[in-house]
Design a protein around this ligand. Structure first.
Ligand SMILES: Cc1ncc(COP(=O)(O)O)c(C=O)c1O
Length: 438
């Protein structure tokens, strides 16, 4: 890119600040958290700190609403919780008890799903080993393998012949044939060949098509792909798809709060901070709005009826992760050291969430020991030997002292399952029955 074009692009990026976060939304969240103050404080007193606090009531309410919303549009659906979004055994147990199936992406997750008593399991993901495929075959009454490539079809065929064991399967279709997402699934233009090859295998019962798109604030990625898939299916010999029993539309539904970001979480803010490294913006907050789940269900069902219903008659499978667990787990910490009024160290490090989340994403830090909605600038850091161990640049409360209990709400998705054994022990997990609606 020449310098002139680069500068033009940079100027346009600097002019396009993402939508600023409405502070009332933050205060609403803080007030909601403070309304459960007693429960959080009692939990911390009883179990110590740091803690992952799981709200069983919220998890169950989310699962029921999700199933109900999609069932109302499609008549019948099967929902499989994507275990990778939070693989805590207690969470898996609750969702299985709610009647959900599980979506797993490794032999390790498969083992956990079987032990949790899930009666329906989808085994998805690239690069399944022979050993993992054999574990699926050994549990073929409960497992459907979502085949990721022609090579995997070949290996699964060989292994099912070796074990003389039939298995249900589907095929994952690539949604984006450029860039890194190309690693997932079979390209649309190879689907007919794949289906024809699968038809000739003696033990693989190919029953469905799967696709997954990630990180969707609206249903557009789902509906665009459904339209593209319809365009391809009309040119595929109908006998290859006539008997398919399911269409799996994956997960990727963003929770209704929207995406709360700090400067480094946006292209605009990253550029701003690069241009002014001496004073990076740690105060600005942005909110990308997301669609309600009813809107996802409305638009997706409309697209399926318009583009796929003439080819596929089966059941719709859905694999939500983040949407179910995001607001069903929270983190409690204890202030260990007040180095000055604007710098405190807590007893947990961000190895509890496994990545430098709070440099990019914004969540309020709430001092439950000194409750108040007012916000004070203060570096709230963990106790790991890295400066990136950040929980927040401010806290809500009257003041902050050693021994105070802090709450970081809505940490259910892609934290616990990414947690790292690194320097400090990991938090204990506690399940509370209540429906905490933060
Ligand atoms: C195949 C598959 N299904 C479902 C999900 C869950 O996605 P989300 O947690 O965004 O709903 C993922 C996440 O990466 C996935 O890879």
């Amino acid at each position: 890119m020449n310098v002139f074009r680069a500068v033009k692009k940079a100027v346009s990026l600097l002019r396009q600040a993402p939508p600023a976060m409405n502070n009332d939304r933050v205060l609403e969240c803080v007030e909601a958290c403070l309304s459960y103050r007693e429960l959080f404080m009692d939990t911390a007193r009883e179990h110590g700190s740091p803690l992952y606090v799981v709200s069983e009531g919220r998890l169950r309410a989310n699962a029921r609403r999700f199933v109900e919303v999609f069932t109302r549009r499609f008549g019948m659906v099967r929902v499989f919780y994507a275990m990778k979004s939070n693989s805590m055994p207690e969470i898996i147990r609750i969702l299985v008890a709610e009647g959900l199936g599980l979506e797993v992406s490794s032999g390790r997750e498969l083992e956990q799903a079987l032990a949790a008593g899930a009666s329906r399991i989808l085994f998805s993901g690239p690069g399944k080993t022979d050993q993992e495929l054999e574990a699926a075959i050994a549990n073929s009454d409960r497992v459907t393998v979502l085949i990721d490539s022609a090579g995997e079809l070949h290996r699964l065929n060989r292994l099912t012949i070796k074990h003389m064991c039939p298995i249900r399967a589907g095929v994952r279709i690539t949604t984006d044939s450029g860039g890194l997402w190309r690693k997932f699934g079979v390209p649309l233009n190879m689907l007919a060949v794949f289906l024809e090859t699968a038809r000739q295998t003696p033990f693989i019962k190919l029953e469905g098509l799967q696709f997954h798109t990630s990180w969707n604030l609206s249903p557009v990625a789902h509906t665009d792909f459904i339209r593209r898939l319809g365009g391809v299916l009309k040119d595929i010999p109908q006998e290859l798809i006539a008997n398919l029993a399911f269409l799996d539309i994956g997960g990727g539904f963003w929770p209704e709060d929207g995406e709360w970001l700090r400067c480094p979480g946006t292209a605009h803010g990253r550029l701003k901070n690069i241009l002014d490294p001496s004073g990076p913006d740690t105060r600005s907050r942005f909110c990308l709005e997301s669609s309600r789940i009813e809107m996802f269900a409305d638009e997706i069902s409309r697209a399926v009826h318009a583009h796929l219903s003439m080819f596929l008659k089966g059941t719709v499978y859905i694999e939500p992760g983040r949407w179910l667990c995001h607001d069903a787990m929270h983190i409690l910490l204890n202030v260990l050291d007040v180095k000055d009024r604007r710098l405190v160290i807590t007893d947990a490090g961000t190895n509890a969430v496994g990545w430098e989340r709070f440099e990019h994403d914004y969540f309020p830090v709430i001092n439950l020991s000194s409750p108040g909605v007012e916000e004070h600038s203060c570096l709230v850091l963990g106790s790991l030997c890295t400066p990136h161990d950040l929980w927040g640049y401010s806290f809500h409360g009257r003041a902050i002292e050693s021994g105070d209990i802090l709450l970081i709400p809505n940490q259910g998705a892609y934290t616990y399952s990414l947690r790292q054994e690194f320097i400090k022990p990991l938090p204990k997990a506690v399940v509370v029955r209540s429906d905490l609606n933060l």
